[in-house]
Write a protein that binds this ligand. Structure first.
Ligand SMILES: [Zn+2]
Ligand SMILES: [Zn+2]
Length: 247
């Protein structure tokens, strides 16, 4: 199983770094995790034809490129219609409103939306995908992907709590958001993680490796990595576009 980072910027894209998007490949399956702005073009450039897509939540930095993917499939991209797209509760309705799409609109034929809930499990080729609940202001998913040999866990956007620590237990790679830096205080924003918290979750979960992502674009990433290293004994790195991790 290989993870390819397509975009890793927190909250918005910058030149050379789209917002959140990752590809998980095996010899029989390719799954895209999130479609933040900029990810669609990068996925085309990388020759990626997904067998399925997972969108963790409805915030635009995680799903805005569903719209160019929709148009590309609808108007002639070689993707097949009926692409499975796994989503949390409420996302399809929000997307449909944006497009003014009723029940018979092509949106519902181009994509085979599959609303999943925490605890659900799906198969795509040789991949098993399981879902947990994130701590976020909208319904949001924590995602576990395994191929029978290795398992990666992606936090999506989450604050402390939720299912991330349990879902991450024993994983080979924790791809974890670290939007914030410094020491969380009583007035902390509850719906994102500090880098030190990402490290602590990796430590408690006994993850083999931690990959920080969704860093605030104005932050010094070396500070985020140092804060996570101080909280976790294992290898820590920062997700950057084009990075490939074999598991
Ligand atoms: Zn986000
Ligand atoms: Zn979010």
């Amino acid at each position: 199983m290989r993870l390819t980072v397509l975009g890793s910027n927190g909250t918005y894209p910058t030149p050379g770094n789209p917002a959140s998007g990752y590809a998980v490949h095996t010899p029989t399956a390719t799954v895209l995790l999130d479609l933040g702005p900029g990810v669609f073009v990068v996925s085309i450039a990388a020759g990626i034809t997904p067998d399925a897509v997972v969108l963790t939540h409805v915030h635009p930095d995680h799903c805005a490129d569903l719209f160019p993917l929709f148009s590309a499939i609808r108007f002639g991209h070689p993707h097949r219609w009926g692409l499975p797209v796994m989503v949390p509760a409420g996302l399809v309705d929000r997307v449909a409103v944006f497009l003014g799409a009723g029940d018979t609109h092509d949106l519902h034929r181009v994509f085979a939306f599959d609303e999943v809930a925490p605890g659900d499990q799906r198969r795509v080729g040789d991949l098993t995908i399981r879902f947990g609940a994130a701590t976020h202001p909208v319904p949001a998913l924590v995602v576990s992907v395994e191929d029978g040999r290795a398992r990666l866990v992606y936090s999506g956007d989450t604050g402390p709590g939720g299912d991330l620590p349990a879902v991450a237990a024993g994983c080979d790679l924790l791809l974890c958001e670290a939007t914030l830096q410094g020491t969380p205080g009583a007035d902390r924003y509850p719906y994102h993680l500090y880098a030190t918290e990402a490290g602590a979750i990796a430590r408690v979960a006994r993850a083999q490796r931690l990959l920080l992502t969704h860093l605030g674009p104005t932050l010094d990433p070396q500070v985020s990595v140092a804060e996570a290293v101080a909280a976790f004994d294992g290898p820590v790195d920062r997700a950057i576009p084009g990075m490939e991790v074999d598991l």
